[in-house]
Design a protein around this ligand. Structure first.
Ligand SMILES: N[C@@H](CCC(=O)N[C@@H](CS)C(=O)NCC(=O)O)C(=O)O
Length: 209
């Protein structure tokens, strides 16, 4: 396996945490998005869409999406299970993972990429340039507040997002909560349940990578 990583970006961090939770340490190459290395000839020959993370499997398959990488790793090394042990758990993990991506990751990216000067004309990742839309940034900030509320509500009923066990969904939500600092947003003080969950995930060795 070869893992193409970027130490500063949230999506590769999700895959990095998943690998660490599985106890896997493939050969890893850091691609600097800040320096534009994702558009270099070498990396574009690996992923023409120029996004990270990428995992090259033992069979040589190129996986460029977190969900594909997680599904591969779960099948490759089922223990510890991170995507559910039975039909209901599997459904809940993918459901909460999608909620964390759509209600957390997407608005944070919209707020950051449509407001920060470093992302001028880079409002979306990938090889095509897109202009920033300030209204989308505003909507993003509002939706991130809603994401924090949603986490608090769920985690007041359940120790982890998908239920009793730590899963892929917690990795996704945790990484996006942490990344929200780039738009100066943090879990509010009064969100005691979400903050306790965040603190417990932060203690996992995989969170320090
Ligand atoms: N849906 C992809 C998202 C991949 C993605 O957007 N990665 C960002 C880093 S967080 C990227 O490669 N950005 C490159 C750029 O901005 O040019 C996944 O979950 O793996």
């Amino acid at each position: 396996m070869i893992f193409y990583d970027c130490s500063t970006a949230p999506s590769p961090r999700r895959a990095r945490m998943f690998l660490a939770e599985k106890g896997l340490m493939p050969k890893s190459l850091d691609i600097s998005i800040a320096n534009g290395e994702q558009f270099g000839t070498e990396f574009r020959s690996v992923n023409p869409r120029g996004t990270l993370p990428v995992l090259i499997t033992d069979a040589g398959t190129v996986l460029t999406e977190n969900l594909g990488i997680a599904a591969y790793l779960e099948a490759y090394k089922p223990d510890p299970p991170l995507m559910g042990r039975n039909a209901d758990e599997k459904g809940l993990v993918l459901m909460w993972n999608a909620i964390a991506e759509q209600q957390g990751g997407m608005p944070i990216a919209e707020a950051l990429r449509n407001s920060h000067p470093a992302f001028q004309d880079r409002a979306l990742p990938g090889p095509v340039n897109h202009a920033q839309l300030p209204d989308l940034a505003e909507r993003g900030f509002t939706r991130v507040r809603g994401f924090f509320d949603l986490l608090e509500e769920r985690l007041s009923q359940s120790p982890y997002l998908a239920g009793e066990r730590f899963s892929l969904a917690d990795i996704t939500a945790f990484v996006f909560v942490e990344f929200a600092r780039v738009i100066k947003m943090r879990l509010p003080e009064e969100h005691a349940n979400a903050r306790a969950w965040h603190a417990s995930v932060q203690e996992r060795p995989s969170a320090s990578l």
